[in-house]
Design a protein around this ligand. Structure first.
Ligand code: PAF
Length: 298
């Protein structure tokens, strides 16, 4: 398969690098990382060790069988614009936050699949990505159900040795992932703690409340996500990624804009539309937005 990965950050580089073992991959990214891959290839270190040679560019090629979008949620519209001229058979979003698939589907001719990924990834230096834990990619039609396309993309991932499940209920998976991110990301970013430290004490009361509020909004949207399942999902991911620094904390530490709008902010917006209160998500959202404004990154 010809695959373009749009967004060669940590996760995009890891997925693209792993896929290159079996497919023809083009990584689209920025500056030094693209130059380093072009010169020396991409080194995958950590739980998985490999050096691969995907193409690395600053813009998408003219055509590909599949585009995998891995950019931050606030860059999804720009990704859709950049990919609009690329002749694609399919697009798969593997991003944090909600609403990405719809933005892509509105601009692209190709069908858009939804995906989640629990592999841990971190980019220590240009040209290198570290795999901090083997997880799973779940993917499927963005509105649920099955499709031959999702099966084909799932099989392509598996051929490259990526643990993959083709899921018939991606809307529920996305809400569950949202509950995980709503619980872990802002809490760890504000308290400067690793993911495992949300598992008890005051941090757990904040993270679990944010997840329960997310589940309550999900149920109003017709998604079967009990509070207990949302809390369990936060616990499972926090345990599996205990030593990791969440992506939002990495953004805060690097003085970058965060994905707060597509995570806790999304929960606040949806709750507001339905007239329900989500005070913990509201407070987390306002605190992170205040930090972004103070640092001039919003
Ligand atoms: O955004 C992140 O950091 C990740 O989605 C997760 C699952 C919270 C693990 O760090």
């Amino acid at each position: 398969m010809e695959i373009v990965v749009f967004g060669a950050g940590s996760l995009g580089s890891l997925l693209g690098g792993l896929l290159e073992r079996e497919h023809d991959v083009t990584l689209v990214g920025r500056d030094q990382h693209v130059r380093a891959i072009d010169e020396r290839g991409l080194r995958i270190s950590g739980t998985i060790e490999a050096t691969v040679r995907p193409a690395a560019r600053f813009a998408p090629p003219e055509a590909a069988d599949l585009a995998i979008v891995c950019v931050k949620s606030f860059d999804t519209a720009a990704a859709a614009t950049a990919l609009a001229d690329c002749d694609l058979d399919a697009c798969l979003s593997v991003q944090n936050g909600m609403g990405n698939e719809r933005i892509l589907a509105d601009q692209l001719d190709a069908p858009v699949l939804a995906g989640t990924c629990s592999y841990g990834a971190f980019r220590p230096s240009p040209g290198e990505v570290r795999c901090t834990g083997v997880g799973e990619v779940a993917l499927g039609p963005r509105t649920g159900g099955s499709s031959a396309l999702a099966d084909r993309v799932g099989a392509a991932f598996e051929r490259a040795g990526i643990v993959t499940s083709v899921d018939e209920d991606m809307p529920a998976r996305l809400w569950e992932k949202l509950a995980v991110n709503a619980g872990i990301n802002a809490t760890t970013a504000l308290a400067r703690i690793d993911n495992g430290s949300v598992l008890d004490g005051d941090a757990w009361s904040i993270a679990s409340a944010a997840a329960r509020e997310t589940a309550a909004v999900a149920r109003l949207e017709g998604i079967d996500l009990p509070d207990s399942a949302a809390e369990r999902a936060v616990r499972t991911v926090a345990e599996a990624t205990a030593e990791n620094t969440s992506s939002m904390q990495q953004d805060v530490l690097a003085d970058r804009r965060t994905e707060i709008d597509a995570i806790n902010g999304f929960v606040v917006d949806r709750a507001g539309e339905r007239g329900v209160e989500v005070p913990v998500n509201g407070t987390l959202t306002r605190l992170i937005r205040t930090w972004e404004i103070g640092r001039g990154v919003r």
